[in-house]
Design a protein around this ligand. Sequence first.
Ligand code: ADP
Ligand code: SF4
Length: 677
Amino acid sequence: MDARFAPLFEPLRVGPVTAPNRFYQVPHCSGMGYALPQTLAAMRAVKAEGGWGVVCTEYCSIHPSSDDHPYPFASNWDDGDLANLAAIADAVHRHGALAGIELWHGGSYVANLGTRLPTLGVRSMPAHSDPSQSQRMDRADIRRLKRWHRAAALRARAAGFDIVYVYPSHGYLLSEFLSRALNDRGDEYGGTLENRARLFRELLEDTRDAVGDRCAVATRFAVNGHGAEHLDATEARDLLGALGPIPDLWDLVIDDYEEEMGSSRFVKEAALEARVRGARALTGRPVVSVGRFTSPETMLRQVRSGVVDLIGAARPSIADPYLPAKVREGRIEDIRECIGCNVCYAHNSRGAPIRCTQNPTIGEEWRRGWHPERVPDGRGRVLIVGAGPAGLEAAQVLGKRGFDVALADGERAAGGRVSRESRLPGLAEWARVRDYRTGQIARMANVALYLGNRLEAAEVRDYGADHVLIATGARWRRDGLGRSHPVPIAPLRGQVYTPDDVMDGVSPPGSVVVYDDDHYYLGPVIALALARAGAQVRYVTSAGRAGEWSEYTAEQARTQRALCEAGVEITVNESVAGFDGGVVTTACVFSGRERVIPADSLVLVTSREPQDALSEALVGPEGEEEGATVIRIGDCRQPSIIAAAVYSGHKAARELGTGEGAAPGRDRVVIGAPARR
Ligand code: ADP
Ligand code: SF4
C-alpha cells in the first residue's frame, strides 16, 4: 500500500452497509442493460476486481411505463429480472465490493417505444426525441408509481444489492416534479418547494422503510440545474438541508450532461468541486460526486478537504477498471487515464454496447474473455510498422505477452494521429493515448521503438519477423471524396488543404472555408484552430449542425458555441460543389440550389485514404488469409475513430498465435436469464 493514499482506502459506513474504500463507480450507462446480461455482469465485475469499493448499475427502469427503447437500459420490472440483476450483484460481491442499483422512472423523457404504454409526467409534456407527449399523472398514478418503486426496491434487495437509489435528476420523472417551471400542479405535489419535493421525499422514506434494514438508500441529486426547468442552486441547497438525513448517501450531480460529463475539450478534472462543496455539511451524510478524476492527488485532496467522502467515477473506471488497485500499489504510472473523449457515452447514445478509446477490453470481458490487465503468454518476433494508436497498443500488448517486438515509425515522434491531433484546440488530453502506451513500452526490454524509420516492403521482408503488423494509418483526402461526394469534387483549383496540412503547421492563406463532410470533431476543431490563429474562417457543413455526430458525445452544443464565439461564420446543410481558386460554390443538400462564397483557401475535412501501399506490396492483391503473418490493423485497414484503431491493435496482438479470432463463436447475445452463479 502506498501510504500517501491511505485515506482513499479507509472503509466508510453508509447506512447499514460499509464501503471497503473510497472508490465509487457511480451509475453509468453501458449500452448493455437488459439486452446483454452476462456481458454487463462481467463488465461490472472487473471494476470490483480492480478495486472499486462500490459498483453501481446504469439507470434501471422500475416499470414498463419507463421504457427508453431503443437504448438498452437495465430493467427491474418483475421477478423475471431477478436473475439478471442478481448476476450483477453476485459478480460484484465476489470481489468484495458493494453493489448499487439506480432505480429509475423516465417520466416524460422516454417515449415507451417498446412497451407502447402511455408515458407519465408531472404534466403532459413532449418526449425527449419523439413526437409524443406524456399523460399528466393523477393521484392514482402517483400511488401506483410509489407501489412500483417500492416493489422494485424489494426486488433489488432480493437480488442482493446493497445500495438502492432514488433518482430525482437529469430531467426524468422526479425532476419534473421538483421543477418550478414544469410542475404546474395545484395539488399537494405542486407549488411550494416542499410540495414539489413531496414525491421525492415519499420515495426516499418508502425505500428506507422497504429495504433500509439491509440496504443503504442513496439519491442522485442535482446541486445546480441549468435553465428554468431545473432546481436552481438555492432551492437545491434548501432541499439538501431539509431532506439531508433521510437518505444514507447523497450522490451529487448537475442537471446538464454537457457539463457534468463534459468532454475534455470543454470540461477539466474536478469541474463540479465548487458546486458540491458544502453539501456534506448541509446533509450530515456521506457525499459522493464525480469529476473525471484520474489523478490520485486530486482524489486525495477532495477527500481530505471534506468536499466528498467517496470519489465518484464513471469514465475513469471505464478507462481503467484497475485504477484503485494501481493507486493502492503505488503504480501511478500504470494508470490508463481517461482522455475525456466521451466515445463511451456516444455508443450508448447509438444504442450500442460501450467501448472506450483507452480501454479496448471494456465490454469484451465476457464475450471474448478479455481482461484489462492480463494477456496470454506468447513467443516469437514481431515487427510492427506504424506507431500510431493501433501500432502502440499492439506493441504494448505483445510486449506483455512476451514477444520480441520491433516497432518502427517514419516520424520522429510516436503517436501517429493522436500526436498530431492533440496539438489542436482542446485536444491536449488525447495525447494520453500515446503516453500511456509509450510509458508501458519504455519499461519493457523486449520492445524496441525505432522512430524516424520509414520502412519499405523489402526492408520488412529482410527483417525476417515471424509476424508483421501493418499499422500505417490513413491520411485525409485532398479530392473532397466523402459522405456527400461519391466522386471527387470538381473543379478543385487553387489553395486546397487537408487537416493533415494544418496539423503539419501549414497556414492556409487569406479567407478560409473549412468544409466538413465528416461530421465529427475534426472539422470544427480545425476551423477553431485557424480562427484562433487570426484567419477569417467560414465553416461549411453538409450536416444540419456543426460537428453533428458530437451530439452523441454530449459536446455538439458547445462545439457550435465555440465556433460562434471565435467569430467563425457557420453554413449548414450545404455541400461544396467546387472551388476555382477564388470562389467556393456550395449546393443546398436538399434542393441543390447553388450559391457562391468568395474564399482564398479551402480546407477539406471529408474522408480519409487508408495508407495500405506497404501491406499491398507485402501481401499482394489477394489479401490476408486467416492466421496470416502480415496483418493490417487500425486506420490503414479501416479508417475510424481512435477507439477502433486501439481495439484493432489490441485484438490482433492478443489473438496472435492463439488460433482465436477467426470464428466469432462467442460473439452472441444470450437471450434469457443467466443461471445464478
Ligand atoms: P492508426 O490510427 O491506425 O494507429 P495513425 O495514422 O495514427 O494510424 O498512425 C500511423 C503511423 O504509421 C504514423 O505515425 C506514420 O508515420 C506511420 N507510418 C506510415 N507508413 C509508414 C512506413 N512505411 N514506415 C514506418 N512508419 C509508417
Ligand atoms: Fe474516457 Fe474516452 Fe474511455 Fe470514455 S471512451 S472512458 S471518455 S477515454
